[in-house]
Design a protein around this ligand. Structure first.
Ligand SMILES: Nc1ncnc2c1ncn2[C@@H]1O[C@H](COP(=O)(O)OP(=O)(O)OP(=O)(O)O)[C@@H](O)[C@H]1O
Ligand SMILES: [Mg+2]
Length: 481
């Protein structure tokens, strides 16, 4: 029979989506066929004995028609439900979209929408990640507060400046970053349209100096909160201080010899020239101080060139022992005058070849030996030694004099730094020698360090790059003046 077949026919679940509306239509037609069959039964079985059977047949036909109708509706709405489920699964899922009916067309439109949505979401995600990456990678600190003054964003740089370990988002500012100057700057921008710029100090135990620029954050004319950008100016301020100190130090160092020279000259012109003894004395003063002036100017020029990296070195692989011997020879006389012993420690027989600039190494040794002779104290013993140490050649200048106390030890390589200002100046020192030594050694790729025990002496050790070639026997034994 047509009708039961039509009813029993599967509802099209396993059919392609495009066929589903048509299979639903077929189901409705099938149900009508059953109704027609019931009508036919009525005309054929018109005899009274068949009345009950007719009534039963009509009932069955009506029920079948009703069931068929309901099923038809269900089948007809099935593609819509499929679409609904697909839309609910969006943006990941996709709607059935093959065929040429309206439902398929709607499916395709939804899919286009979903694809467009995916693209926009990807773009937004990329932009958001990029922005987050930029904020996290910035050297400047960034702080964003909402209109309730709660923290919305603190980037990595600011977390480091403020030493924040916990996530401060959502907290009131002062709970996360206790800094009255910052709070004041943030409050100050409140109603004004212009950004505020302040310098604050943030972080412990060593606070950073930060230039903070605070501005209102608005979008579409609506106030969204406050943004503060922090620029670390610690190094800049330190350099400014160094520069001002430097100018003050140079002026001070220049003033002493210049004053001495001009006073001596005035005295000579005022009549001392006529007295031979006085004349000799004051000319001696002029001579001493002009030499000091010259030394100071030479040192300053050297330092300026070294710091500007324009000091040209001629690096070669040289045996350092003859350079040590030469330095000791040059300073033998001043050492003797102070009744000091200046020796080169007996070394091995091998040639100690290092990668050095001869003039630079000579200047380094002269400065270190000159210091030992000036500051170790009368009668002290100064020993110059050299040895091979791994990939390095190690040269030491050690004395058994007064030494340097721990408070000063870390600072002696700073320019103009003197342990005892009065005493060093009296000895003609300006505090530039060791800073020149450090620059020269580093320029040759080496290091210099100092160890000292007050009362027991000081040892300066210079480590230089050993030459790449093999060491050979020394042509001359180390000498002691
Ligand atoms: N061997 C040493 N023993 C004790 N103190 C030393 C020794 N060497 C250096 N110092 C201290 O370190 C300070 C810095 O030395 P540096 O050579 O830089 O300056 P200076 O000798 O005072 O001046 P300059 O070398 O420019 O003439 C000295 O003033 C001195 O106080
Ligand atoms: Mg010196």
């Amino acid at each position: 029979m047509t009708a039961p077949d039509a009813i029993a026919e599967p509802a099209g679940a396993d059919l392609p989506a495009s066929d589903r509306p048509r299979s639903a239509t077929r189901a409705i037609l099938g149900a009508s066929g059953a109704l027609l069959a019931a009508g036919l039964g009525l005309s054929v079985a018109s005899a009274p004995e068949h009345a009950a059977a007719i009534a039963l047949g009509a009932g069955v036909a009506a029920a079948a028609a009703a069931a068929g109708g309901l099923l038809g509706v269900l089948l007809a709405t099935r593609p819509i439900r499929g679409l609904t489920r697909a839309v609910q699964a969006m943006p990941g899922g996709r709607a059935p979209a093959s065929g040429d009916d309206d439902v398929a067309e709607l499916g395709r439109a939804l899919n286009r929408l979903a694809t467009e949505h995916d693209r926009s979401s990807d773009q937004l995600r990329t932009e958001r990640d990029l922005l987050a990456g930029i904020l996290e990678g910035m050297g400047e600190g960034v702080l964003v507060l909402d209109t309730d003054e709660r923290i919305v964003l603190v980037n990595r740089a600011l977390r480091a400046f403020a030493r924040l370990d916990e996530d401060p988002r959502g907290k009131p500012l002062l709970e996360a970053i206790r800094n009255a100057a910052l709070k004041e700057a943030l409050d100050g921008v409140g109603s004004g349209a212009d950004p505020i710029v302040r310098e604050i100090e943030l972080g412990r135990p060593l606070p950073r100096k930060l230039l903070v620029r605070v501005a209102r954050l608005s979008h579409g004319g609506e106030l969204r909160g406050t943004i503060a950008v922090f620029h670390d100016v610690t190094d800049l301020r330190r350099l400014e201080t160094i520069r001002t100190d430097f100018v003050a130090n140079v002026s001070h160092e220049l003033r002493t010899p210049v004053t001495a020279i001009s006073t001596a000259t005035e005295t000579l012109l005022g009549g001392a020239l006529d007295d031979p003894d006085e004349a000799v004395e004051f000319v001696g003063v002029i001579d001493r101080h002009s030499k000091r002036l010259r030394q100071l100017v030479d040192d300053l020029l050297d330092l300026a060139k070294l710091e500007a990296k324009s000091f040209r070195l001629v690096l070669g692989e040289l045996d350092v022992r003859p350079i040590l011997t030469h330095a000791v020879e040059l300073l033998g006389e001043p050492a003797r005058r102070r009744r000091m012993t200046l020796v080169i420690a007996p070394g091995g027989a091998e040639i100690l070849r290092a990668r050095v600039d001869r003039r630079a190494l000579e200047q380094v040794l002269m400065n270190l030996l000159d210091n030992a002779i000036k500051y170790a104290g009368e009668g002290a013993r100064v020993t110059l030694s050299a040895r091979a140490a791994a990939e390095r050649v190690e040269i030491s200048v050690a004395d058994d004099g007064v030494g340097i106390s721990p408070a000063h030890l870390g600072r002696v390589f700073e320019r103009f730094y003197r342990v005892d200002n009065g005493r060093s100046r009296e000895l003609g020192g300006t505090g530039l020698g060791l800073s020149i030594v450090k620059h020269l050694v580093e320029l040759m790729g080496g290091t210099v360090e100092v160890e000292s025990e007050p009362g027991k002496g000081a040892r300066f050790t210079v480590r230089l790059q050993a030459a790449a070639g093999p060491a050979g026997p020394s042509p001359a034994p180390p000498s002691t003046p």
